[in-house]
Each structure stands twice: as C-alpha cells, then as structure tokens.
Design a protein around this ligand. Structure first.
Ligand code: AMP
Length: 499
C-alpha cells in the first residue's frame, strides 16, 4: 500500500483518531473499517482502476472509513454535499460517470431515486462496513484520488481532480507551516465536500496522528460547549463562522462569557480562511479569545498557498507569505512578472500541490495554466512590506459568500426564469458576516415593479442548488430605462450605498 496518508495512519495504531456522536475511534479501527469498505466495493474485482465512487456520509468515523476505503480499492473519491438537492447530486453523478454511490442510511431516501436510469451500484454504509476483508490493490501516488466540485464563471461547476501525490503535498505543507503534532486535537465543523474541511482539518489531523473531533454540522452554541469541555488545541473555520461565534459569545451571560474566553486559552492556534477575514472580526475575536487569527489563502485547485506565520507577526488584512513547497508569483495584464511591492497582479501558483486537471474538461484545464505550467488563480494581490494582500478576484462574476464560491452568472440564469424579470445583474458586495452578500439588481418587465420580498422568497427555493445561503440574498429593483446601461461595478456601488 503506498497511499501516503494511510501508510502513516497505520503507524498511529491505537492512538485516538476520531471523536464523533457515536464515541471514540482509534487509527487502527478506522484503518480496519476502511479495508472492509474497500473489500465491499471491490466486490471481487482486483482494483477499481480510478472508477469514481460518490458518497454521501455525514462527518464522523463512517465518512473517513468510506473515503479511505475508496482509496484503498483504487477508486476516485467524490464526496457529495449533504445539503445539495437531488438535481445537483445527479449533475455530479453524471459528470463523474460514477460507478458506485455509497450512502449513509440518513440519506438513503433522498438518494435512492438517483439510481433510476443510471448504471450505478447503490451501497449502504452499514453493508460496506460489515464486509469481509479481501486483498487490496497496489496504489501508485500518481493515481487520481479525489474530485471536488467548484463553481466557475462560464459553465456549470467543474470537477477538480487531485492525485494522491497532490494531496500529500497539500497536507505536508500545512503540517510543516503550522507545526501539527500528534498531541493536537481539533474540532471539525466544516463541510466535507470542500478542500478546507477535507485537507486542512481532517487529513492534516490524521497525518499528524492527532485527534479530530467531528460535529455533524456547525452550531455556535455546540462549538462553544466543545471549546469549554474538550481538550482542544486547534480550530479552523471560515470568517462567517467566527462572526457567528462572536454573536453567540455576546449573547451569553457574563459568567458564561468568561468561561468561554478562558476555554480558548488552552488552544495553540486558530485559523481563518476561504474568504477575506474582516479586520473588525479579527480584532473582536482577539478581544474575546486572546487569539490573533492566522489568516491563510488557498483554493480547491491548489490547496493552501499563502499563510501568515505561526510564529511572528500575523498582519491583519493580509495572507502572509508562500507556504512550504509553493511557488507563487504575481503577473500583470500583459503577462509580465511583477517584482516591485504595492503593484497588483494576478496570483499564479506552481508546485506539487497543484491539481492535475478539471475532470474531462481539457480546454478548461489548458486555459487555467500558462504555457510554462503556472496555474492562474484568478485572484489579484499585491505585496506590502513583504506580506501578500488580496485585492479580489479578476472576475466580478465569482462571489465568495459564507466561505462558498458561487457563480453570479448561474444565479442570473435562474432569476431570469421568473416571469416578471426582464433583466438582472448579480454581484457580490462586501459584508462583515458573509464575506460577500449576493445582491441581485432586477429590471422588471412592466412599470408596475416587483415586490422584492416575493422575489426573494421565490429565488430562495430556486437557488437552493447554487449554494447561495438563503439569508444573504438581497434584491433591488432598478428602473427599466437602465437596462443594458449599467456595468457590474456600478451595480456593486449601488448596493454598497444602500447597506
Ligand atoms: P475555494 O476553491 O472554494 O476554496 O475558493 C477559493 C477562493 O476563495 C480563492 O480563489 C479566493 O478568491 C478565496 N479565498 C480563499 N482564501 C481567502 C482569503 N484568506 N481572503 C480572501 N479570499 C480568499
């Protein structure tokens, strides 16, 4: 067996690996369960040879057993988003041409219909976990390991393919930079279909021989309770989660506030990323917890690329410097390298952590890389006194809200289906809680205008597949005569003025 993460897990043996609602589980138990899952899905074959295996399993022991089981069997892991409606799941199943779908009993009723008309083996987690152990294939590190879906501007979400070697590089860079240790214990509250939750938290913990305490979903009161009761050393989240934790702390009584603040003292590191951390949130969190959040920058395609230091100055509003093993450069519009400070350019990244390809989209893959192999992130940054500061994305049509990337163009497509909407423009507007709020400027078909609240309610239902957090959708009605005359930056201004 040569999957680096799993080879290391074997060495951790009886150490505590996972804590979930069912209890505590050692590395040896996770490894044995993964072997049983692998044997079940192999179903007599000697190797899945990169067959895609989609799975919907809640955070916890079963999730890890399934993810590792897919890898041990030679398959490509395709973790599904627990909250996605069926059509979005079916999109992923079809795009990956998944052969096997592994489903936890909680999601069986929801996903069973997906097998209709598809050549898909439906596997329930209890069956997979109860299988007898069978021989496993040899897996080379260059093999495809995982496909994660990420929103783009011009098309439906694309599958980002990483190999076992890419994953190893993404993990080891963070192990080194943030000095992960076997006696660390982290609370996991992030979705497990996204790189942040899968690599930065879960895989780093299990690489290090640390313990990972997994919550079913984020809930601010539960997180504070775990902070108080559990011997945690690490916490990592998106800015929106820190905002929620601040709100919950402020809503608590004085004695409880003190208990919560004291609980943070035992932690050695708290990290924020996946969206810009407002300096006001960093400052308030510091007052409450005593921790200066370490902000980092990364992307599904590249893992993490920039980070403030573990030791040394963490500068508010910046994302620090390149992580170990990451080659990073800034390039201007003409493709020339930027050497001087304070000059903005597009961030480009190279190194072993950078993904292999967009699944079955050779054109998109080719476009994403320069001729000499640098990945174009689409993010614009500058260097200020040696620290990188992100300025935004080069495309106004990618919105980062609540840590999730959504495509403005996809949302516009949906809104245009409303019978009263003649035209619309969707933009992201800076917001302390959401990172960016999704704002839709609408031009109505008639002069009567539109009840924006009614449209909001309609949009919530129709936008569910697009990951738009329903509470963060704002709608404004524009006069008909502006149709086609305003640019997106002007629409942004319009919303910024209103907030
Ligand atoms: P995803 O692939 O969903 O993780 O989204 C990656 C994108 O999130 C990046 O391309 C950035 O636009 C954004 N992002 C990640 N970290 C940060 C950060 N610390 N500050 C601002 N934007 C960030």
């Amino acid at each position: 067996m040569s999957i680096p993460l799993l080879a290391r897990a074997r060495q951790h043996g009886d150490r505590l690996a996972i804590v979930d609602a069912a209890g505590e589980h050692s590395y040896a138990e996770v490894g044995a369960a993964a072997w049983r899952v692998a044997s079940h899905i192999l179903n007599g074959r000697d190797d899945l040879r990169e067959a895609r295996v989609a799975f919907m399993v809640p955070p916890g022991f079963d999730y890890v057993a399934v993810q590792w089981g897919v890898w041990l069997a030679g398959g490509v892991a395709v973790p599904l988003c627990l909250s996605h409606p069926l059509p979005e799941i079916e999109y992923v199943l079809d795009d990956t041409a998944a052969e096997i779908l592994i489903v936890h009993p909680d999601f069986e009723a929801k996903l069973r219909p997906a097998t209709a008309g598809r050549d898909l083996r439906f596997v329930s987690t209890p069956d997979a976990l109860a299988a007898d152990e069978a021989p496993l294939p040899e897996i080379e590190e260059t093999r495809r390991a995982m496909i994660l879906y990420t929103s783009g501007t011009t098309s439906r979400p694309k599958g980002v393919v990483t190999t076992h070697r890419n994953i190893e590089a993404q993990i080891t860079s963070l192990i080194e930079a943030w000095a992960w240790r076997a006696d660390d214990r982290i609370l996991h509250v992030l979705p497990l279909h996204h790189t942040h939750g899968i690599i930065n938290v879960l895989s780093c913990a299990l690489w290090a021989g640390a313990a990972c305490e997994m919550l079913h979903a984020f809930d601010a009161e539960t997180v504070w309770q775990r902070f108080v009761e559990s011997p945690l050393t690490l916490f990592m989240a998106v800015p929106t989660i820190y905002v929620r934790l601040i709100q919950a702390w402020e809503g608590a009584g004085e004695a409880e506030q003190q208990k919560r603040s004291e609980a943070c003292e035992k932690m050695r590191l708290m990290v924020s990323g996946s969206a810009a951390l407002p300096v006001s949130v960093l400052a308030r969190w510091c007052e409450i917890s005593g921790h200066t959040l370490l902000e980092r920058y990364g992307m599904t395609e590249i893992g993490m690329a920039l980070s403030n230091p573990l030791h040394g100055e963490r500068r508010p509003g910046t994302v620090g410097q390149p992580l170990p093993g990451v080659d990073l450069r800034l390039v201007d519009e003409n493709g020339s390298l930027i050497y001087e400070e304070e000059a903005p350019g597009q961030v480009q990244v190279r190194g072993p952590a950078v993904f292999l390809e967009y699944w079955q989209r050779p054109d998109a893959t080719q476009e994403a890389f320069t001729d000499d192999g640098w990945f174009r992130t689409g993010d614009v940054a500058l260097v200020e006194d040696g620290y990188y500061r992100l300025l935004g994305r080069s495309s106004v049509d990618i919105i980062k809200t609540g840590g999730e990337k959504v495509s403005a163009l996809e949302i516009e497509e949906v809104l245009r289906k409303h019978p009263h909407v003649a035209e619309c423009a969707v933009v992201g507007v800076p917001d302390a809680e959401w990172g960016e709020r999704v704002c839709a400027a609408i031009v109505c078909r008639t002069d009567e205008g539109l009840d924006t609240e009614t449209l909001r309610v309609w949009a919530k239902d129709h936008l569910a597949p697009f990951k738009v957090p329903t509470r963060c959708l704002f709608v404004a009605d524009l006069p008909r005569n502006v149709m086609g005359k305003v640019t997106k930056p002007e629409v942004k201004e319009l919303f910024a003025d209103r907030s």
